[in-house]
Design a protein around this ligand. Structure first.
Ligand code: 8GT
Ligand code: MG
Length: 324
């Protein structure tokens, strides 16, 4: 990065209507740089302000609302031709008052999928719009034995019925190895029922590379991510997740151009009895640096989604049931 460019710290609100999935975007006022381009409401953090204080102030100044519920989401740095901007995106889910235009800017509620129909979007707003399409729950398989396949597929169907939209097949200790034909059969059936429910399936990188493109993408183990020198699957069609245990893993996910990080384990979990958990504070500090949406893993369930979000998670990943 060019050190002579001004470095600006900004906080941005993803103002979310959780019922409809819509977000609030605004058009930049006349006379400002990038006038008329659409953006998330927000602005520069002032000297001595925390991110949250700046967010509350900006949304009061720009929209006249009093924010009472918000959580950190993703912070990343974007280099424009003339400036470098560090953008801390926060999810805003509770506020008093009705957003109205106080800076003569146009406002619009839209979905992340439809936002580009409004007009030109600030370049640094595009990754967050893509990330907002990631669901809050990420279900991970743990079938272990071919004889458990039927029961797992039935359980998967239940989770799909409850709204799970992202599933990972991860079976490192399958009896005939992670490339076994019996596992391929389960994989294909899982894809069938997930696609019928509008859900996506990722395959763990422990499984054959030839399977990755049959799925909707790959979940790279930390060790496999570190061996890759580029994103292994194209962006539009596939998702790439990276498993991370520390800051270095998480930062490398960003270098690879991954879509998200799975970070853990956060709490004690039967699947990793010997390694110490990160704890929520450890999770929050790594997630804050990841520059990508982060799923918390390890001891997670529907009941931990809220605490995960308070610590900067996009969502939660778990083997044991998620929905509910
Ligand atoms: N609010 C906002 N700013 C963004 C986004 N994406 C992005 O690159 N930025 C950049 O972050 C900076 C925020 O500036 P701003 O003009 O909103 O600042 P502000 O509200 O404090 O206004 P002011 O400078 O008039 O006091 C700009 O350089 C803008 O280009 C976004 O989605 N929302
Ligand atoms: Mg602003």
């Amino acid at each position: 990065m060019n050190a002579t460019k001004p470095y600006i710290k900004v906080v941005v609100g993803v103002i979310l209507n959780e019922q409809t999935g819509e977000i609030l975007l605004g058009q930049r006022p006349k006379g400002k740089p990038w006038e008329d381009w659409w953006e998330f409401p927000g602005g520069k953090i002032e000297e001595g302000e925390s991110q949250k204080q700046a967010l509350v102030r900006e949304l009061k100044e720009e929209l006249g609302i009093d924010v009472h519920t918000c959580t950190p989401w993703v912070t990343f740095t974007y280099e424009y031709p003339k400036t470098i901007v560090n953008l801390a995106f926060w999810r805003v889910t509770g506020w008093d008052g009705t957003p109205r235009s106080l800076e003569e800017q146009q406002l619009a509620w839209t979905t992340p999928e439809e936002a580009n129909k409004l007009g030109e979007l600030l370049p640094a707003s595009l990754p967050p719009l893509r990330w907002l399409r990631l669901p809050p729950h990420y279900a991970i398989s743990n079938i272990q034995q071919p004889e458990n396949s039927q029961a797992w597929l039935a359980n998967l169907q239940q989770q799909l019925d409850q709204g799970v939209k992202l599933v990972q097949l991860r079976e490192p200790s399958w009896p005939d190895g992670p490339a076994a034909a019996s596992l391929k059969d389960v994989f294909e059936r899982a894809i069938g029922c997930c696609h019928a429910a509008g859900a996506r399936v990722l395959i763990n990188s422990v499984h054959p590379k030839a399977w990755w493109k049959l799925a909707d993408g790959v979940q790279l183990r930390a060790q496999d991510a570190l061996l890759a020198d580029a994103r292994p699957l194209p962006e539009e069609k596939y998702l790439v997740g990276v498993s991370a245990h520390n800051t270095a893993d998480a930062l490398y996910a960003q270098v690879l151009g991954a879509d998200f990080v799975v970070l853990g384990h956060v709490l004690e979990t039967p699947s990793h009895p010997d390694q110490p958990p990160l704890g929520w504070d450890g999770f929050a500090s790594i997630a804050g640096e990841a520059g990508l949406p982060v799923y918390a893993i390890g001891g997670q369930s529907a009941a931990t989604l809220e605490i995960a979000r308070e610590h900067g998670a996009h969502g939660i990943a778990a083997i044991r049931g998620l929905a509910g």
